[in-house]
Design a binder for this molecule. Sequence first.
Ligand SMILES: NC(=O)c1ccc[n+]([C@@H]2O[C@H](COP(=O)([O-])OP(=O)(O)OC[C@H]3O[C@@H](n4cnc5c(N)ncnc54)[C@H](OP(=O)(O)O)[C@@H]3O)[C@@H](O)[C@H]2O)c1
Length: 307
Amino acid sequence: MVVPTTSSTPKLIGVLGSTGTTGSAVLRSLLAPNKKPSTGDAAIRVRALVRNVDKARKLFPVEDVEFVQIADFKDLDAVTKALKGVEALYAMTPPICEEQILLDAVAAQAAHVADVKHVVYLSSIDANPTSNLKIIRAHGVAENIYRHYDYALSILRASWFMDNFLTQTGGIYASSKSRDIPYIAASDIGRAAAALLLGPIPKTGKTATFNLYHPQVLSNENIAEVMTTSLGKDVAVVTLPGSTIAEAAVQTMGMSKFTADAMVELMEAGFDESYETANTLPGYKQIVGTDPISFEEFVKVNKAQFK
Ligand SMILES: NC(=O)c1ccc[n+]([C@@H]2O[C@H](COP(=O)([O-])OP(=O)(O)OC[C@H]3O[C@@H](n4cnc5c(N)ncnc54)[C@H](OP(=O)(O)O)[C@@H]3O)[C@@H](O)[C@H]2O)c1
């Protein structure tokens, strides 16, 4: 049964992937000011669907979040049941390229069956169902699956995350074909998603698509320069063949070969189309009202987290 929202029942917001980079940022932004000024009671309720409740509770040892364990996110009945009563949902899929469309299709249909009113879906810049690039194509197909249903849909087309550099050790690993691109901090994806989730439910059936990136287009050398200055340590660009980078991602990050190859494919292609064409879409500022943080600010704020 869907729990109706009344003035005494705070809006219930669902979050997928809350133990990951963007989902945790969304959860942090949602919980930051979770108080009604008049009474001090929680302004919203949050339900996070996770694979491991203990891991999630350690990350978020707070009472404002209800964690629901899902053994298999391909289980449509389980995901649908967990979404009952949720009004607005942050939807994302893990970076497992070969499973992405199936996981997105299950989440999209579950949200429909559970009568979710507004889905905020994390996609990729230049998402396009006919792209030659696997990750871009998968997000393009997924966007269309979400569009198929009649809930309000906000699509966040994020560029590469600044956070990707937090886990690199010994330098910036790049293919000789790596391209200059703009970046976005996961914390800003969290802010943008939270603003949409907390806002009024858009008119049902309405889709809004946003591009999320800071306008600076950076080369790997630019990135290394900013890190060297801000971290006070020499950071070099280590240029390797794409196949070696993919192999390292399999060995050190536990990525499947399919996903690692897809990631390198994207790294070398830059984006399918010029991201400048994407400039015609509204961006972070239209959602949040301020600019996203630059890479320089990101490094300063996250100095302690760099490996
Ligand atoms: N990285 C980038 O630069 C970039 C740029 C644009 C778009 N994207 C898109 O962003 C998405 C990834 O977001 P993210 O970085 O926030 O992800 P992430 O940090 O890798 O987190 C993945 C989340 O999904 C969960 N998960 C992992 N495997 C799962 C499975 N088989 N079934 C269900 N849940 C699973 C993880 O839970 P556990 O903690 O239990 O493992 C975790 O909560 C991808 O769709 C990617 O294409 C990435």
